[in-house]
Design a protein around this ligand. Structure first.
Ligand code: SF4
Length: 170
């Protein structure tokens, strides 16, 4: 690994930049996510910085279920982020559609549109839980950097190849 890559990785770990995307939330999750960025919770102690552009963000915080109208936009925002990128889905809606599940205009879980690395439970989750999710994402990032990327995680999750049936001998 070159010196510049090591410097970039160090900076990523010390100061994650996040961007927030409302994919169809009732706004309560957004209010909690915004509250998490206020001085009361002092996220600067973790180097967390809110960014308006996904092109500058390491972590995407998605609030709410995904409406059909927002699905393509969410995908576009995700694709604009530089690798390695992480997605946090907040609340019951982010995980399963929550109270909006089954509605004609809702795709349900965020995971159906972009790969989610972290789900935060609650309706809505508290600001300190959202901050905890971002900090836990940093642990994932550290692990992934040690393995040379996120690919190893997908392989580790893959089910083992089916064992061959034992040969029957007469
Ligand atoms: S999880 Fe609760 S607070 Fe968050 S968007 Fe859904 S209904 Fe609203």
């Amino acid at each position: 690994m070159t010196l510049s890559q090591r410097l970039v990785n160090w900076a990523r770990l010390k100061s994650p930049w996040i961007t927030i995307f409302n994919s169809g939330a009732c706004n309560a999750c957004d209010i909690e996510a915004i509250a998490a960025l206020t001085p009361r919770f002092d996220v600067e102690r973790f180097g967390i910085l809110a960014k308006g552009s996904p092109r500058h963000a390491d972590i995407l915080v998605v609030t709410g279920p995904v409406t059909r109208k927002q699905a393509l936009r969410l995908r576009n925002v995700y694709e604009q982020m530089p690798d390695p990128k992480y997605v946090i889905a907040t609340g019951a809606c982010g995980a399963s559609g929550g109270v909006f599940k089954g509605l004609y205009h809702v795709v349900d879980s965020v995971d159906e549109v972009v790969p989610v690395d972290m789900f935060i439970a609650g309706c809505p989750p508290r600001p300190d839980e959202i901050i905890d999710g971002v900090v836990k994402c940093l642990a994932l990032l550290k692990e992934d950097l040690a393995h040379g990327g996120k690919e190893w995680r997908r392989k580790a999750r893959a089910p083992p190849a089916e064992a061959k049936p034992a040969e029957v001998t007469a």
